[in-house]
Design a protein around this ligand. Structure first.
Ligand code: FES
Length: 76
């Protein structure tokens, strides 16, 4: 799977977001449906963004605080 060893910084606007958890999206950090097309067995993380600001989204697939980076990528 195409996970990376660093998070994605994104300036979000409020609303429901669907973040990629499989690592295969061509539109990270958002799901583009590749999880289904590639048979990853994963599904996107639906999350409500309440506040407009910069967020740090996990792209290593190991965070304990999905969809946000918790620093796990730098400890493994
Ligand atoms: S493309 Fe990765 S979860 Fe949908």
């Amino acid at each position: 799977m195409a996970y990376e060893n660093s998070p994605i910084f994104v300036d979000e606007t409020p609303g429901i977001k669907h973040y990629c958890t499989c690592g295969e999206s061509s539109n990270k950090p958002y799901c583009d449906g590749s999880h289904s097309a590639k048979g990853t067995g994963k599904t996107p993380k639906e999350f409500m963004i309440e506040e407009e600001r910069r967020y740090v989204i996990c792209d290593c697939g190991k965070t304990g605080n999905s969809p946000f980076c918790d620093g796990t990528h730098s400890r493994s």
